[in-house]
Design a protein around this ligand. Sequence first.
Ligand SMILES: Cc1ncc(COP(=O)(O)O)c(C=O)c1O
Length: 389
Amino acid sequence: MIKKFIPFGKPYIGNKEIKFIINVIKSKWIGSGPITEKFENNFKKYKSSRYALSVNSCTAALHLSLIYCGIKYNDEVITTPMTFASTINSIILSGAKPVLADISPHDFNIDPKEIEKKITKKTKAILIVHLAGLPCDMKSIMKIVKKYKLKLIEDCAHAIESRYYKKHVGNFGDTGCFSFYSTKNLTTGEGGMVICNKDYIYKKIRVARLHGLSKDAWKRYLPESVKTPTKFEHYDVTEIGLKYNMIDINAAMGIVQLKKIDISWKKRKKIFEMYKKKLRNLPLKFQEFSNKNIKHAYHLFLIVVDKNKTKKNRDDLILFLKKYNIGCGVNYRTVTDMSIFKKKFGWNKNTCKNSKYLGDNTLSLPLYPNLKTKDVNYICETIQKFFKS
Ligand SMILES: Cc1ncc(COP(=O)(O)O)c(C=O)c1O
């Protein structure tokens, strides 16, 4: 047995991140400022979007997006049940009601046919998640968005590198929301980004992410940024804002991480393909995708215990892997299993059956650039051992 624990996720951080962060700490300003602005510029260039606005989490990005796409009390927002709590929480906190459309049992993303069934007079928006980094069926989703004149928000927490027919995900919707949480493909410790291509949304979110202030604090704080020294300019409050801004310490890390994004992606792709090859003869299912025009971000490698082929169960496999010093994640238990949502919306095991099946039988294996080939072999051999035991 391997002595050292193999964690589920491990950030790809080097000396360059550390040096840059130290430089920022030693500088005159560590809050939201010039480094944050540089990170935004680099990110929007990478994503080919008009605007990028940094925030302190993807949850903040989703919350701001919903508010400034005009979602209000009593509106309905259609979303996937196969997601993290924050997707649902942000809809509820914007005042709207989350309405679930089940996932496809093939690619595990929201099923466009299910979306159309859930549209009512109250539907104002669709909030999709590109699960594990695999883009949703954007052709069908965009048809629905146009037909019913809905807003579209993309939860791209897993999908920094993802493209659909060359177009970067996040650019299909009114906004695209990214996470830089510590296990994500690009990390700033905690952090997030909203990308958008519409002026009015950009202008609102830019101000609302920092208390609704008309001027950023660093633009008032640094002496060199005072452009009219003869007349002191006070700030105004022009929106009802929140405190969702990113700071320069985190942005410094983001700038270096973004430079390595392609190297990191290639390394994860190799591991992803090794898993698929080595585990193909076991009673497991994987996320299906064969379209060459789709770029997967390889954020997560999901395996699903195939109940048609084995009596073994997922939770026993998690415990077995732990015993052999292997960490793993569950992405996700379906949101219809979460007690607060069950109580609030009456969701149950029959609400979204495909999502329930996936949530009960899936787990995610370690996937990060520095995972060694020998560790991947060991993980696969341990899973084989489990099914033989
Ligand atoms: C699909 C999805 N959406 C949103 C989030 C929230 O991201 P953050 O932790 O940056 O708020 C996560 C976090 O893991 C996620 O997986």
